[in-house]
Design a protein around this ligand. Structure first.
Ligand code: F0G
Length: 456
């Protein structure tokens, strides 16, 4: 076989509705041409995100029944803590309700006005927390990451060490509380970072006394790419690769809603005791006791089990190959997508898909809306709307103007993906008719979540 068949079978189903085209037109108009504002009952195949949309296993559901809902000292917290310590080798674990809860705590402790936080491309919530604490995010990803069709780069999420070193020389290591290394890099297209690069980033950081904090939201996908693409890792297990990856980190934030294969959850983990005490002092303000951090006992149990399941090679091979299957179908049809195909999603290049729409008329936003109208498939804008505005109020106009087709874990079949590919091809065939959008409502931060648009 070319693509790994499902390493699981179906035990329960959730029926889906398919609206008529007229109803879809009505629904997207009501949603202000923002797929975030659609009702999920109006969606046929939901590729908005892989976040919290995963199917849990029978074992995870069994774990749900074992929830110890004590206000303090829940048994399930100890299970989660042990699991993180065992898999990642990090010493201290502070649970949070999801990834941004951990980002909030980390940023409040370490990011001060006038400091700089380098990272391999921004992520929306991560950068928002850094900026809200007065920090400046600095993109130090390799240039190739910003070129959508540059496909001969296996590890497009790598840090450009020269850019990182230049920043250290320019602003001084004392003004860089940590470097945030995303494994994988979501907005570059789910692109991985090589072990070699992680090692070098850690060495340079150590030399300068700068902490390395992973955003390990999709770390298993990253480990899979290291195993399949990096010299010397073919015979190592995913668990061994993960262990080595984290030996080059001082801590991590994680959204469990992705590679934890759960619907909610996250954590902040670290090796530094002082940082841990500060994080515990803040977690009680924003999330809950340091033994639940916004999760119920049953959530923590499902999370601990999910973390272990995700290390299974067949699980992750199938997950990444589903993405590859969809991506290759689109490439064969001549649709412009980000290459190489990443770990969690296929990203359409909206600038190339709709070359007649300028970036200030939000080509990716309108493309996501049109795909929904075409098929009932929900996707997400990851371009100028997501990038938002800088401190001066100017739009960022990122190089990448993308629509993300994000695959939830263990949810859709290859037949669903055939349907999605056809929907994109149909939309591509009528691309000349599509016109741009303008904002009718824009929130000051993270505007993509709630923004509303009108057709031009
Ligand atoms: N870091 C990365 C790389 C992410 O992709 C996300 C979430 C977060 C942090 C924040 O985690 O949602 O649990 O608070 N990404 C989702 C997505 C929302 O659709 O890509 P969270």
């Amino acid at each position: 076989y070319k693509y790994m068949p499902e390493p699981y079978k179906v035990k329960m189903v959730e029926p889906l509705r398919i609206l008529e085209k007229e109803e879809r037109l009505e629904a997207i108009k009501k949603a202000g041409y923002n797929t975030f504002l659609l009702n999920s009952r109006d969606v046929y195949i939901d590729l908005l995100t892989d976040s919290g949309t995963n199917a849990m296993s029978d074992r995870q559901w069994a774990g749900i029944m074992m929830g110890d809902e004590a206000y303090a000292g829940s048994e399930n917290f100890y299970h989660l803590q042990e699991t993180v310590q065992e898999i990642m080798g990090l010493k201290y674990v502070v649970p949070t309700h999801q990834g941004r809860g951990a980002e909030n705590i980390l940023s409040q402790i370490l990011v001060k006005p006038g400091t700089y936080v380098p990272g391999n491309m921004y992520f929306t919530t991560t950068r928002a927390h850094q900026e809200m604490n007065g920090g400046t995010f600095v993109d130090v990803v390799i240039d190739d990451a910003h070129i959508s069709d540059k496909e001969d780069v296996a590890f497009k999420g790598n840090i450009d060490l020269q850019k990182y070193e230049n920043l250290i020389n320019e602003v001084g290591a004392e003004n860089i509380p940590y470097i945030c290394v995303g494994v994988t890099v979501n907005l570059a297209g789910g692109q991985p970072v090589s072990m070699k690069n992680l090692r070098e980033v850690y060495e340079l950081s150590q030399k300068n006394g700068i902490r390395v904090m992973f955003d390990c939201t999709r770390y298993v996908e990253n480990a899979y790419f290291i195993k399949t693409k990096e010299e010397g890792y073919q015979d190592k297990t995913i668990a061994e690769i993960v262990k080595e990856m984290f030996s080059y980190a001082d801590g991590a934030t994680m959204s469990g809603k992705k590679d934890g294969i759960v619907n909610i959850g996250g954590f902040l983990a670290m090796n530094e005791e002082d940082l841990y005490h500060k994080a515990c002092a803040l977690v009680v303000v924003y999330e809950g006791m340091p033994s639940y951090g916004g999760m119920s006992g049953r959530d923590m149990e499902a999370f601990a089990i999910g973390l272990k399941e995700a290390l299974d090679f067949n699980y992750i091979k199938h997950r990444v190959e589903q993405v590859e299957y969809l991506g290759n179908k689109l490439i064969e049809a001549g649709i412009p997508i980000v290459r190489p195909i990443g770990g969690h999603a296929v990203f359409l290049d909206a600038k190339k898909f709709l070359p007649h729409i300028p970036q200030n008329e939000y080509p990716a936003q309108v493309l996501a809306a049109e795909i929904y109208i075409e098929s009932g498939v929900r996707t997400m804008e990851r371009g100028n709307v997501s990038a938002g505005r800088n401190k001066e109020g100017k739009e960022y106009f990122p190089k990448l103007e993308l629509v993300r087709l994000t695959l939830p874990r263990r949810v859709y079949s290859y037949a669903h993906l055939d349907f999605v590919a056809q929907a994109i091809i149909n939309t591509y065939n009528r691309r000349d008719e599509i016109k741009g959008l303008k904002f009718s409502y824009e929130a000051p931060v993270l505007r993509f979540f709630t923004g509303r648009f009108e057709r031009l």
